[in-house]
Design a protein around this ligand. Structure first.
Ligand SMILES: [Zn+2]
Length: 320
C-alpha cells in the first residue's frame, strides 16, 4: 500500500493536486493498491464499472454483483458526500500538513473560513481516530507542559509558555494547571530517537498518568523524568527510573561516568518547543478542541515527513 504513493513521485506532485482526475486516481490507488476494485460493503471483487458521477465526472461508479449494490470511488471514505471537489479536500489536507491556519487555507482555496473550519475539523478528527497506537521502549522521557486554553466560545486561549514555577510545581502545590483553571496539562512521553505520545489531562496526578504510562511504555524501559513526585511509582511499576534535579539547577547528568550526560528530559523539552510553535498559529484553541490538535501533531511528528510525503502518509491513513 505504501509503495505506490511512496515511490511514484509523479503521483504526488503539487500540480497533480489541482487536477481533479489525478486526485481521484490517488484515492483509487490508495483504496485498491493492487488495482482491483473491491466492494466496500461485502469486499467482493466481482465488481463492474458503472459509468461516472453526473456532477463529478472523474468520480467512477461501480456495481457489485454479489451484494448487489452500487458504490463509487468515495463511498465509505471521509471524502464522501461533500460539496467541495475532492481536490479541495486533498489540498486542504496538504496545507494542514504544512500547518497553515484555517484563514490561510481559506485564502489559498478561495473558501470561506467557516467552510474551511468544518473541513479541517473533519480531517483532523479522521486522522486522530485512525492513527495507530504507539508503544514506546528503549530510553523514554516523560514531562508535562501547561498551556492556556479556555472553554469553547472564549477566544482568550492563546498558547503561552505556560509551565508554572518549578518550585511550586515540584512540591505539588496549588498553582499547577488543571482543566478547571483553564490551564490544561499536556502529558508527554517520548522515546529517544523514536516516537512521541502526548495527551491533554484533567490534572497531573499519579492516578491519572500511571494508566497512560502503562498502556504506552513497555515494562522494563529506562525512563527519565524530573524529580516531580508524580513519578515516584515508576520503579514499583516495573520501570528503570532516573530523575534529573531541575530544582538544583541540573539539566543533564552523567550518572555512569561514561562522558554522556544521559539523565535529562531535553528531548521532551525540544518537542515542547516544536509543539508550541505548531499551535501558536491556531489562535484560540479551546480545551474542547485541543486534544484533536495534539493528536494531529503527534501523528505528523511521528510520521517524520514533510510536505507531499507527509500528505501521502495522511491520505494513506484516511483511506486504507
Ligand atoms: Zn458487494
Amino acid at each position: 500500500m505504501h509503495r505506490r504513493l511512496g515511490n511514484e513521485h509523479n503521483l504526488l506532485n503539487i500540480n497533480d493536486l489541482i487536477d481533479e482526475a489525478k486526485c481521484y486516481q490517488i484515492v483509487r490507488d490508495l483504496r485498491w493498491p493492487d488495482g482491483v476494485v473491491r466492494c466496500p460493503h461485502c469486499d467482493s471483487t466481482h465488481v463492474i464499472s458503472y459509468g461516472s458521477d453526473e456532477r463529478q465526472k472523474h468520480r467512477q461508479k461501480y456495481h457489485c454483483k454479489d451484494c448487489p449494490c452500487y458504490f463509487d470511488d468515495l463511498t465509505k471514505t471521509i471524502f464522501k458526500g461533500h460539496h467541495q471537489p475532492l481536490k479541495s479536500w486533498i489540498l486542504c489536507l496538504y496545507f494542514m500538513g504544512l500547518n497553515l491556519s484555517n484563514q490561510q487555507i481559506g485564502q489559498e482555496l478561495d473558501l470561506h473560513k467557516d467552510v474551511v473550519q468544518r473541513m479541517t475539523r473533519q480531517l483532523r478528527q479522521g486522522i486522530v481516530c485512525r492513527k495507530p497506537e504507539v508503544r514506546l521502549d528503549g530510553e523514554v522521557e516523560f514531562d508535562e507542559l501547561y498551556v492556556v486554553a479556555g472553554h469553547k466560545g472564549h477566544r482568550s486561549a492563546v498558547l503561552k509558555k505556560g509551565r508554572p514555577g518549578r518550585r511550586n510545581r515540584l512540591k505539588g502545590a496549588r498553582g499547577r494547571g488543571t482543566l478547571e483553571k483553564e490551564k490544561p496539562p499536556i502529558f508527554g512521553m517520548i522515546q529517544r530517537g523514536g516516537e512521541v505520545v502526548i495527551q491533554m489531562l484533567e490534572n497531573v496526578k499519579q492516578q491519572t498518568i500511571m494508566p497512560l504510562i502503562q498502556a504506552t511504555v513497555v515494562p522494563g524501559t529506562q525512563v527519565y523524568t524530573d524529580e516531580y513526585n508524580i513519578y515516584n511509582p515508576l520503579t514499583d511499576a516495573g520501570y528503570f527510573h532516573k530523575t534529573v534535579c531541575h530544582s538544583r539547577g541540573e539539566y543533564a547528568r552523567d550518572e555512569d561516568g561514561d562522558g554522556f550526560h544521559e539523565v535529562h528530559v531535553n528531548t521532551m523539552e525540544g518537542f515542547w518547543s516544536l509543539l508550541r510553535s505548531w499551535l501558536r498559529l491556531h489562535r484560540g484553541i479551546s480545551q474542547e478542541k485541543l486534544p484533536i490538535y495534539l493528536g494531529f501533531f503527534e501523528f505528523v511528528h511521528n510520521a517524520k515527513k514533510r510536505g507531499k510525503k507527509l500528505l501521502a502518509s495522511l491520505l494513506q491513513l484516511l483511506l486504507t
